[in-house]
Design a protein around this ligand. Structure first.
Ligand code: CO8
Length: 265
């Protein structure tokens, strides 16, 4: 990245690079395992990003070359009571839901292990790019627990019930190629997965920002609705685009055969 501005949190780094925010999970010695501090800090980083008007995309990546995140932190969870475990699951779900409803797209650049909570975090993102070394899985049953950050639900929506059952009930991990084949990841990236994610984020950022945001909302909200209400919702959001200056600019630029210049208004 070129000359990014960096904010160091205790367990993650937040960098800003030309309209793209990069959140780096930063506990490489523990393979970026998600403890409660890191989960809260992801929420704080989202708040910080949301306060800026110039950010058009977010990329999530793990530090080091071994892991995106190897799960929720087992050393923290080992002594949890049922109430504490429920609280942690709910906190994680709330933060991951914020990623899903975040106004700009969030891309997971999965470099290495994305297991348990790490896989759940990636699945909360809009698009998952996998490095050739990426490994995905929900191995919780091997620890005699179940996914708690939405994994049993998001995996089912991504790959279907039968595959989700097989993966969650055996705890089997899948490598990058299989993850892409079953629709868990978008694709396997040959080179640097962070660079590929930045390129994708920049490409999306060149479009009308409000339209990108509304389109994300149409897809995510509509996916859980029957077709009729989902289309009614789409029509409302389509109409909302026509209250923006960018809609006028985008269509005028096309008609005048010039490149559009979007402001996000
Ligand atoms: N939690 C804490 N520490 C971890 C974790 C983890 N999930 N994963 C790895 N580490 C630590 C190891 O303990 C080790 O630490 P140390 O060097 O101090 O011994 C270090 O990272 C390196 O790990 P390994 O030595 O094990 O590295 P290997 O290359 O041998 O193995 C693996 C890599 C295969 C990724 C292995 O570390 C592993 O199996 N990790 C655990 C994977 C797992 O089971 N993840 C799911 C956890 S449960 C979960 O995510 C539930 C989510 C829902 C939570 C709901 C709230 C209650």
């Amino acid at each position: 990245m070129s000359d990014p501005t960096v904010h160091l949190y205790g367990s993650l780094k937040l960098a800003f690079d030309d309209g793209i925010a990069v959140i780096t999970l930063n506990r490489p010695k523990a393979l970026n395992a998600l403890n409660s501090t890191m989960v809260e800090e992801i929420g704080e980083a989202l708040t910080e990003i949301g306060e800026r008007t110039d950010i058009r995309g977010v990329v999530l990546v793990g530090s080091g070359n071994r892991a995106f995140a190897a799960g929720a932190d087992i050393s923290e969870m080992v002594s949890y009571t049922p109430d504490r475990a429920t609280w942690f699951a709910e906190r994680g779900q709330a933060v991951f839901n914020r990623i899903e409803s975040f106004p700009c797209p969030v891309i997971a650049a999965v470099n290495g292990f994305a297991l348990g909570g790490g896989c759940e975090l990636a699945m909360a993102c809009d698009i998952i790019l996998a490095s050739k070394t990426a490994v995905f899985g929900q191995p919780e049953v091997k620890l005699a627990v179940i996914p708690g950050f939405g994994g049993s639900q998001r995996l089912t929506r991504l790959v279907g019930r039968q595959r989700a059952r097989e993966l969650c009930l055996t705890g089997r991990s899948v490598k990058a190629e299989e993850a892409a084949r079953i629709g868990l990841a978008l694709k396997v990236v040959e080179g640097d997965v962070l660079e590929a994610a930045m390129e994708l984020a920049r490409r999306i950022a060149s479009n009308g920002p409000r339209a990108v945001s509304l389109c994300k909302r149409a897809i995510n909200t509509g996916a859980d609705l029957p077709l009729g209400p989902a289309q009614a919702h789409e029509a409302q959001l389509f109409g909302a685009c026509f209250a923006t200056e960018d809609q006028t600019e985008g269509m005028s630029a096309f008609l005048e055969k010039r490149k559009a210049s979007f402001t996000g208004k």
